[in-house]
Design a protein around this ligand. Structure first.
Ligand code: NDP
Length: 494
C-alpha cells in the first residue's frame, strides 16, 4: 500500500493539518476486487465535524477577502499538483472503488477539467448596476452585489467520488466560500490525498477541509450545524429526503443530485453503430454505477432486432476481472460492483423481473471463476420482456443490467420514458430534427442528449427533476448557488 498512499493521506485534513479522529477511532477501506484492506482512515465523529466547521468558519473572512485572481492562482497550483500525481491517484481510486484503472484515470481527468473550468471563472463573476426611476431621488441607481454564502458542506457518494467532489469545491472556492468535504465512508482515500495536495499547493489553512466518518454522524452534523449555510449533496434519493428534513428547516441553501433511471430512445434513422456504442458506455461504464447511466433502452420496432444483435455482440466483449489489468483487445475490462450489498440489490431486482417473465439474453450472474470469488463481480446483462412496473424498470438499477423494450413510435417511447419517478438524463438517437425537438420538449428530465452518450459536461448545468433532485451542478450556473445576492441603492446624487 505504501507505494500508492503516503501515511499522511490516511488522516483527515482540518485547518491545514492532518489529524486523527478525536477518540482515535478508525474504519477500514476495503478493496472491492478481493476484500483486502486498502487502508484505515479516521472514523470521525460529530465532534470532529464541529472542529472542521469551526476551522472553516475562522478561515472564511480572510478567504472571502482575497481577490478572484488570487483564488484562481491557488486553484491552478492545486490542479498542477494533482496532475503531477494523477497516476498514483488513479491507482488509489481503483483500489478503493473497484473501477478499472483506465476509468479511474478518466475520472481524474474529468476532475482536472472541471477544476480548470472553475478556476478560469473566478474572475468572471459579475454583479449588476441597475437604473432606477427618479421619483425617490434623481440619478439614484441600484447595485446587485454577489457575496460568498459562507461555510459550505459537500457530501459526496462513492460512485464518482472525485468528479463529484470537484463539482462542489470548484464553484464554492472561487466564490470565496470555505468548505468541509464529507466523502463516502467506502471511498475516502483519493479524496483525502487530493485535498491534501490543494492544501500543500497553498490554500490557506481551514479553507478546504475533509472529515471522514459515517453519514449519520459527520454528514448530519454538517446538515444540522447552523454555521454551515450551504449543503451540496449527491447520493440516493432516500438520503436526499433526510437532507431536506434536517437542513431544510434552517433555510440552508440545498442542492440535491439524486438517483436516476435514464431512458435512451433509438429511432429507425439512427446511426446504429454510434447508438450501440452509446448504449454500451452509457449502461456499463463504472460497472453501471452511474446516476446518469442508460438504465432503460427503448428501440423502434424497425431496428429492434438489428440493434439488439449488435448490442449483445458488444456486451459479450466485456471480461469481468482485476481492475488493475486490461484484457487483450477487443475484450474490455469490467471491475466488480462496489459492495456486496450493491450486488445483492441488483441480483434481487433481476430475479424479480425474471420471476415476472423477463428473459436474460446475456450475463446476469456471478462469474464462474474461483480467482474472482472474493470480489463483488457480476456479468453484464441485457434483459427483454420486463414488465414496465417491475423494480428493474421503476427503481434505480445501480449496476450492469439493461432492460430493453420495443416501441412502435416516438409517442410510445416518450410515454414509457416518462413512466418513472426519476428525471435525471435521457437521450434520443435520430437524424430527424422534429423527433429530436419533440424528445427535448416532452421527456421529463434535466438533460436530453441527442446522438450523444450520457455525460455530465463541466460547461453545462446538470441536475434532475422529479425524484432526481433539486438545483444544478456544473456550468457557470452552479456558482450562483454559492453566492448571496445583496441589493444596494446609491442615492443623494442629484
Ligand atoms: P448515499 O445517499 O448512501 O450516500 C451519499 C453520501 O451521503 C455519502 O457520503 C454518505 O456517507 C452520506 N450520507 C449517508 N447518510 C447520510 C445522512 N443521514 N446525512 C448526511 N449524509 C449522509 O448514496 P450512495 O453513496 O449510495 O451513492 C449512490 C447514489 O448517488 C445513487 O442513487 C446515484 O444515482 C446517486 N448519484 C447522483 C448523481 C447526480 O448527479 N444526480 C451523481 C452520482 C450519484 P456514508 O458513506 O458514510 O454513508
Amino acid at each position: 500500500m505504501t507505494e500508492v498512499l503516503s501515511v499522511s493521506a490516511v488522516q483527515m485534513m482540518v485547518n491545514g493539518e492532518w489529524i486523527d479522529a478525536g477518540d482515535g477511532a478508525t474504519m477500514d477501506v476495503i478493496n472491492p476486487f478481493d476484500g483486502s484492506i486498502v487502508a484505515a482512515v479516521p472514523k470521525g465523529s460529530r465532534s470532529d465535524a464541529k472542529t472542521a466547521i469551526g476551522a472553516a468558519e475562522n478561515a472564511l473572512p480572510a478567504w472571502a477577502d482575497t481577490s478572484p485572481d488570487e483564488r484562481a492562482a491557488l486553484l491552478f497550483a492545486g490542479i498542477e499538483k494533482v496532475r503531477e500525481h494523477q497516476k498514483e491517484l488513479a491507482k488509489t481510486l481503483s483500489m478503493e472503488q473497484g473501477k478499472p484503472v483506465f476509468e479511474a484515470m478518466g475520472e481524474i481527468h474529468h476532475f482536472l477539467h472541471g477544476m480548470t473550468f472553475y478556476a478560469g471563472l473566478a474572475s468572471k463573476i459579475r454583479g449588476a448596476q441597475v437604473p432606477l426611476p427618479p421619483d425617490m431621488g434623481k440619478h439614484s441607481y441600484g447595485l446587485v452585489l454577489k457575496r460568498p454564502v459562507g461555510v459550505c458542506g459537500a457530501i459526496v457518494p462513492w460512485n464518482f467520488p472525485i468528479t463529484l467532489m470537484g463539482t462542489k469545491i470548484g464553484p464554492a472556492l472561487i466564490a470565496g466560500n470555505t468548505v468541509v468535504v464529507k466523502p463516502a465512508s467506502t471511498t475516502p482515500l483519493t479524496t483525502l490525498r487530493i485535498i491534501g495536495l490543494f492544501n500543500e499547493a497553498g490554500l490557506p489553512a481551514g479553507v478546504l477541509n475533509c472529515i471522514t466518518g459515517p453519514g449519520r454522524e459527520v454528514g448530519e452534523e454538517l446538515l444540522q450545524n447552523p454555521v454551515v449555510r450551504r449543503i451540496a449533496f449527491t447520493g440516493e434519493s432516500g438520503t436526499g429526503r433526510r437532507v431536506m428534513e434536517i437542513a431544510g428547516p434552517q433555510f440552508k441553501r440545498i442542492t440535491l443530485e439524486l438517483g436516476g433511471s435514464d431512458p435512451m430512445i433509438v429511432m429507425p434513422d439512427a446511426d446504429l453503430k454510434k447508438a450501440i456504442s452509446g448504449a454500451m458506455i452509457g449502461r456499463f461504464w463504472n460497472c453501471g454505477q452511474a446516476c446518469l447511466a442508460v438504465k432503460r433502452l427503448y428501440l423502434h420496432e424497425d431496428i429492434h432486432d438489428e440493434f439488439l444483435a449488435g448490442l449483445l455482440k458488444k456486451v459479450g466483449t466485456y471480461e469481468v476481472g482485476d481492475p488493475s489489468t486490461r484484457p487483450e483487445k477487443p475484450m474490455l475490462r469490467m471491475g466488480p460492483l462496489h459492495t456486496a450489498d450493491q450486488r445483492a440489490e441488483i441480483e434481487e431486482q433481476l430475479a424479480d423481473a425474471v420471476n415476472r417473465g423477463a428473459e436474460v439474453l446475456i450475463g446476469g450472474k456471478r462469474p464462474d471463476k474461483p480467482e474472482l470469488a472474493k470480489g463483488h463481480f457480476f456479468e453484464p446483462a441485457v434483459v427483454t420482456g420486463v414488465p414496465h412496473d417491475a423494480k428493474l424498470v421503476q427503481d434505480e438499477v445501480f449496476g450492469p443490467v439493461l432492460p430493453v423494450f420495443k416501441i412502435k413510435d416516438l409517442d410510445e417511447g416518450i410515454a414509457l420514458a416518462n413512466d418513472n419517478q426519476y428525471g435525471l438524463g435521457s437521450s434520443i438517437w435520430t437524424q430527424n430534427l422534429t423527433w429530436s425537438n419533440q424528445a427535448i420538449r416532452e421527456i421529463q428530465a434535466g438533460v436530453t442528449w441527442v446522438n450523444q452518450i450520457h455525460y455530465g459536461y463541466d460547461e453545462l448545468p446538470f441536475g434532475g427533476v422529479k425524484a432526481s433532485g433539486v438545483g444544478h451542478e456544473h456550468g457557470p450556473e452552479a456558482v450562483d448557488y454559492y453566492l448571496e445576492k445583496k441589493g444596494a441603492v446609491i442615492g443623494g446624487l442629484a
